[in-house]
Design a protein. Structure first.
Length: 322
């Protein structure tokens, strides 16, 4: 079983608006409401891939009740902590005529120390039967930036694998706690490394930086694919550093592509698929998710079809670990 943790759950509203222009009145041609927050989106994608998963985190207020209803309708198993403040909403406007999208994201709720303690206990309980715990995206108000790092260290002591997908100070502190896998996007990686990336060498620098900080495995996502540093399964085996390129497709919506990619990689590794093939499946799933509107709602068959078009290139060799 995989546990996904969404500290800052959201009610996602996705509007399709042809010929969208700022400052004008429009009518949406389509609308979709889903439970959101990256951990929940990862859980949705894992379920579509047939992997047992339970989502936990914080929800509150009317939006929180709607989030729980949406998860129930999708049959996504969850064990969320109810809080006193209101969960946020997130709105994405997609223009199908240009492929552009605009996101409006509210600040998250305030969470009390008592509510944080309840979640800590829940994660401890759920992790006892879990293969992996995924910590995804932003922290809500009132939460210390080092919370992810503290939780990762606790799980490391218990031997549970951890994944960290966040940004800013929680990312920097979390990486130092030595998660099993860290998966920033390009902008998030640039903020940690301290420079913009313009070529392959910059991405390799990012892989080196994150591994030196403490991450055991690293996947850096960008618009055209990923760069990855993955340790071998056997002790003293040589790590792999790879560039993986996405197939060319006509993108409908990029919202949630990173979550689908992460879910597919976790699913493949859970099934003991070799690392290179797991990355192929991950990038194919991320690409497939851009063909539909709805975060984490890609078609697994379409992802399987795209695997053959994913290009994998090995980067400079890495010395074997001692």
């Amino acid at each position: 079983m995989i546990v996904t943790v969404t500290m800052n759950a959201a009610l996602d509203r996705i509007l399709t608006v042809p010929n969208f222009h700022r400052g004008q009145r429009h009518r949406a041609s389509e609308k979709l409401t889903l439970a959101g927050g990256k951990g929940i989106i990862v859980a949705r994608a894992l379920k579509r891939l047939g992997i047992p998963v339970v989502a936990t985190g914080f929800v509150g207020g009317r939006n929180g009740r709607r989030i729980l209803e949406e998860l129930s309708e999708e049959a996504v198993l969850n064990d969320l902590v109810r809080i006193g403040d209101e969960s946020r909403t997130s709105t994405a406007v997609i223009d199908p005529t240009t492929g552009d999208y605009t996101e409006i994201i509210e600040w998250g709720p305030l969470v009390s120390p008592e509510e944080i303690d309840i979640l800590r206990e829940k994660i401890d309980y759920l992790s006892r039967g879990a293969e992996m715990v995924v910590f995804a995206r932003s922290l809500p108000g009132g939460v210390d930036a080092g919370l992810y790092a503290d939780l990762i260290r606790e799980l490391n002591r218990g031997g549970t694998a951890t994944v960290l997908d966040t940004e800013g100070e929680p990312l920097r502190l979390g990486v130092e706690a030595e998660p099993t896998l860290v998966t920033p996007n390009q902008l998030e990686a640039e903020s940690v490394v301290g420079q913009e990336f313009s070529d392959e060498e910059d991405f390799v620098l990012a892989l080196d930086t994150f591994t030196e900080m403490g991450a055991r495995n690293v996947i850096v996502k960008h618009e055209r694919g990923i760069f990855a540093h993955l340790r071998g399964e056997k002790e003293r085996s040589r790590p792999m550093r790879l560039r993986v390129e996405s197939p060319a497709v006509d993108v409908v919506s990029p919202v949630g592509a990173g979550s689908a990619l992460l879910a597919a990689f976790i699913a493949a590794r859970s099934e003991k698929v070799p690392p290179e093939e797991a990355l192929r499946r991950a990038v194919a799933a991320g690409t497939a998710s851009t063909l539909v509107v709805g975060s984490g709602q890609f078609e697994p068959r379409e992802a399987s079809r795209l695997v053959a078009d994913v290009q994998v290139h090995e980067l400079a060799s890495v010395p074997a670990e001692h």
